[in-house]
Structure formats: structure tokens, C-alpha cells
Design a protein around this ligand. Structure first.
Ligand SMILES: NC(=O)c1ccc[n+]([C@@H]2O[C@H](COP(=O)([O-])OP(=O)(O)OC[C@H]3O[C@@H](n4cnc5c(N)ncnc54)[C@H](OP(=O)(O)O)[C@@H]3O)[C@@H](O)[C@H]2O)c1
Length: 276
């Protein structure tokens, strides 16, 4: 089994250095992908109410036989359930679908500033943590302004901000804010959704120099930034190689080469994107 380093979070818990994404797997695919990945050594799994596969993820967890306390199970609050009471009720539904007594990491999926309920949702997340139903609370797609507002109005900063991050969008400024605040960065679409980055000649040259794949170079780049990538793969071979990142190191010049390209966002803009 591959050994993966862990990062300390600001609440005293730990986050494995790489995890498994599960969008857009259905319940059956997610069960298979999650149980296989856990057997192979993954200890961090990412889902969301809006992926519609929490039941499959929970079944995969149970089927793997890996002790529950070794696995960081992450899920996310959908926009339609933002608000204090709504968050508590939505969490209970997620917990039931996952079939777990507690969730390790619970995230607000998108800030949805237009409806302006993320602070109320955050207060409910704090309550869930106080009640022991969630180990760590965090957010996703929050900007520096959204993080600052949580701090100002509740005094509690997220442990994690899961953001779009890949060589097409290196997020230097937001990562610097995270480092200053003590918020761990998780990278969604870390492979740029398996896009052209993986076919890029510069990435390929780095991969050949280290005798690894382009995907391993890109994922290693994340880990050396201090970010936690959560690549999605339903393929056992790709799942394994996506975990095998800790036996080589990129030089500073190789790190620069990976992200040396025009930058572009593949997903929504956090200030305007609405996911209900
Ligand atoms: N918080 C948010 O708003 C948000 C938004 C988007 C995503 N996410 C999370 O982040 C996870 C990852 O993002 P993503 O799924 O959008 O993109 P990704 O992980 O960057 O890319 C996934 C794609 O790359 C392929 N792939 C995986 N490993 C590969 C490898 N070693 N070589 C070549 N191709 C490979 C996968 O296909 P195969 O399955 O065939 O390997 C899949 O088509 C999601 O699953 C989800 O959990 C969160």
C-alpha cells in the first residue's frame, strides 16, 4: 500500500495529501470506485449532495473493510439548503445517505453571495462540529472576501477551502491568503478535467525526465504547492498512479514550467455561479 503524507488542519485534525473525487459517478460506479480506491490506500473521499452519489460512496466505504476512523469522508451542502435550519436538516439527510455516524469534512459547496445565506449556513456548520457530528468544517469556492466575512461575523475560519486549481488556474493570490489565514487548500479539477494539460509537451518532457505520467507530474505539482488534489478516476490503474506521487520531486524550474501557460477558468466564477 502506498503511504500518503498528511497535513495538519487548523482544528487539530489531519487531511491526507491526496484524495479521490467522485463527480459524476452514479451510486453504483461510486461504490466500486470508492471501495477499490480505499483498498489501494486512498484515505480521503470527496462527494456532495449535488453529485447524487452519497449512497454509493457510503456503500463503497462499508464494502472496503477499511476502518471507518482511517477515512476522511467529505460531503457538501447544496445551495438550495443554505440557511441555519436548512443546513442542519440537509446534513442529516447526507449523513443518512452516507450511512455514517459522523462526517469528517463538511463543506459549503458554493458561497452564492446573491442569496446571502452563507454566514447562517456557517453558524450551523459550527453547531454540527460542536455536537460532534462533523469533525472538520470548511467551504468551497470561497473568495478572500467571503473568508474574511466568516471570520468577522463568526470568529471561526474554515479548515479547508476547496477551489478550482490546476496548471491553467494556479490561484497564487488565493493560496497566499489561505497560507496567511491557516486554511488548507484543496484542488478541484486538479488535472484540468483530464484536458489538454495532460497532453502538453512541457508537462510531457517533465514526466519523461522523472519516468512518471503527465498526470503524476500535475498532481505532484499540487502537493508541492501544499494543496491537496482530489483527482477523479473510475479506472483502477489511473487511481493507483494518481496516488503514487511521493517518490519523486519537481525542481523549482519544473514547477514553473508546469503552470507556464495562459490562465483560464474551467468552472464557475464564485462571485456569480449559482448551484442549487
Ligand atoms: N467543489 C466544487 O465546486 C467542485 C467542482 C468540480 C469538481 N469537484 C470535485 O473535484 C473532483 C475532481 O475534479 P474533476 O472530476 O472535475 O476533474 P479532474 O479530476 O481534474 O479530471 C477527471 C478526468 O480526468 C481523467 N483522469 C483521471 N486520472 C487520470 C490519469 N491519471 N490520466 C489521464 N486521465 C485521468 C478522468 O477519467 P477516468 O475516470 O476515466 O480516469 C476524468 O475524465 C470531482 O470529482 C469532485 O469530487 C468539486
Amino acid at each position: 500500500m502506498t503511504s500518503v503524507p498528511v497535513h495538519p488542519l487548523n482544528d487539530g485534525t489531519e487531511l491526507p495529501g491526496v484524495g479521490l473525487g467522485t463527480y459524476p459517478l452514479d451510486d453504483e460506479e461510486a461504490e466500486r470506485a470508492v471501495s477499490g480506491a480505499l483498498e489501494w490506500g486512498y484515505r480521503l473521499v470527496d462527494t456532495a449532495t449535488n453529485y447524487g452519489n452519497e449512497t454509493g460512496v457510503g456503500r463503497g466505504l462499508a464494502r472496503s473493510g477499511v476502518p471507518r476512523e482511517e477515512v476522511v469522508v467529505t460531503t457538501k451542502l447544496p445551495g438550495r439548503h443554505q440557511g441555519y435550519q436548512e443546513t442542519l436538516a440537509s446534513f442529516e439527510e447526507s449523513r443518512r445517505r452516507l450511512g455514517v455516524e459522523y462526517v469528517d469534512l463538511y463543506l459549503i459547496h458554493w458561497p452564492l453571495p446573491r442569496i446571502d445565506r452563507y454566514v447562517d449556513s456557517w453558524r450551523a456548520m459550527i453547531k454540527l462540529r460542536e455536537d460532534g457530528l462533523v469533525r472538520s468544517i470548511g467551504v468551497s469556492n470561497f473568495t478572500a472576501e467571503h473568508l474574511e466575512r466568516l471570520r468577522r461575523e463568526t470568529g471561526v475560519l474554515p479548515s479547508v477551502n476547496q477551489i478550482e486549481l490546476h496548471p491553467l488556474l494556479p490561484q497564487d493570490e488565493l493560496r497566499a491568503v489561505h497560507a496567511e489565514l491557516g486554511v488548507r487548500t484543496e484542488s478541484w479539477s486538479p488535472l484540468g478535467r483530464g484536458s489538454e494539460v495532460l497532453k502538453d509537451p512541457a508537462v510531457d518532457a517533465v514526466a519523461r525526465a522523472h519516468e512518471v505520467t503527465p498526470a503524476q507530474v500535475v498532481l505532484r505539482w499540487h502537493t508541492q504547492l501544499g494543496a491537496v488534489p482530489i483527482p477523479k478516476s473510475a479506472d483502477p490503474g489511473r487511481q493507483r498512479s494518481n496516488l503514487d506521487l511521493f517518490g519523486f520531486e519537481l525542481s523549482a524550474e519544473e514547477m514553473d514550467r508546469v503552470a507556464d501557460r495562459p490562465h483560464e477558468r474551467l468552472g464557475g466564477d464564485p462571485d456569480t455561479h449559482e448551484e442549487f
